[in-house]
Design a protein around this ligand. Structure first.
Ligand code: ZN
Length: 304
């Protein structure tokens, strides 16, 4: 009887022991599985952190290179650029006496693939720099036009803002400047320039569609509010004192365009020439114009 009881007790104890061992093994397995899984998660997270770090380093290098390039371009431009703040002095030829003869070639309404690229080729061939007053809608028109904005800066030209729409009804309703609309178009075009370049370009020169002087002649009382507001943002309006009449109605030969510039440039030591890189005739007359100006000993400058 006692033997039987001991036998049962032994069986019971063994069963309990075996269950404990099995339970321990099971638990251990779960823990170690969890450990492997959590190590894998940690490794993955580490990989992602490394990737992000690499990406950030890459970005830093790109931004650094762009900053370096734009600083280099600004430095190079300082040799052949003038302060846009002073444009009225040049336009009115009031600082004529001691300074050298200067000419500012300015092109409005572009970029425009088919003409602007030809103009850039001629400027490059002659080592001449110009100021391009860009239109938001023209930048937006195609990828080629956006590439032209980049090319302008890469080749040392200066950029200015010429509004987004060029629409007189929106910008000057009832012949009075709509200051808010003008500024929102100005910002929109600046943003388009920056996104075409891939970095922020400090626009300091702008040209009002139709010109500042025309606004004054038309009795626009709000235009000076706009001028003051943009001055507060270190941007200045630039008109012209010589032109080729390339945007007027009627067809003109390239020769006539050069003649028009010569006529309007007479006796001026400082020339700010208005042209449009939307006109084939402008492209066709450019070489002759540059030759004429070089012969007359003008130095080519830009508004920075
Ligand atoms: Zn225009």
């Amino acid at each position: 009887m006692l033997k039987k009881k001991s036998w049962m007790l032994l069986t019971l104890v063994s069963a309990v022991l075996i269950s404990c061992v099995m339970f321990f093994c099971l638990c251990n397995n779960v823990v170690s599985n969890n450990k492997v899984a959590s190590n894998k998660v940690n490794e993955k997270a580490d990989d992602e952190v490394d990737k992000e770090k690499d990406e950030m380093d890459k970005q830093k290098k790109v931004v650094g290179k762009i900053e370096e390039e734009s600083a280099k371009a600004a430095f190079n431009m300082s040799k052949y650029s003038v302060e846009p703040k002073d444009s009225n002095k040049y336009l009115s030829n009031s600082n004529n006496s001691s300074e050298e003869k200067m000419v500012f070639l300015t092109f409005d309404d572009g970029p425009n693939v088919g003409v602007t690229d030809g103009i850039l080729d001629i400027l490059k061939k002659n080592d001449v720099k110009a100021t391009f007053f860009l239109l938001g809608t023209s930048i937006e028109a195609s990828d080629e036009n956006k590439q032209l904005v980049k090319r302008m800066v890469n080749e040392g030209h200066s950029l200015g803002n010429h509004s987004y729409s060029h629409d007189y009804k929106k910008l000057y309703p009832n012949e009075q400047t709509d200051v808010d609309t003008f500024i929102s178009e100005f910002d929109k075009t600046n943003n388009l320039i920056n996104s075409a370049l891939g970095y922020e370009y400090k626009i300091r020169a702008f040209r009002m569609p139709n010109g500042y002087m025309t606004r004054k002649h038309k009795g626009d009382k709000k235009v000076d509010v706009l001028i003051d507001k943009l001055k507060g943002r270190d941007s200045y309006s630039i008109d012209w004192n010589s032109l080729s009449y390339d945007a007027e109605a009627g067809k003109r030969t390239p020769k006539q365009l050069v003649e028009n510039i010569k006529k309007t440039a007479k006796n001026k030591k400082h020339l700010v020439i208005l042209m449009h890189d939307t006109k084939n005739e402008t492209l066709e007359c450019l070489q002759e114009l540059i030759d004429t100006l070089k012969n007359k000993k003008y130095t080519f400058k830009v508004f920075r």
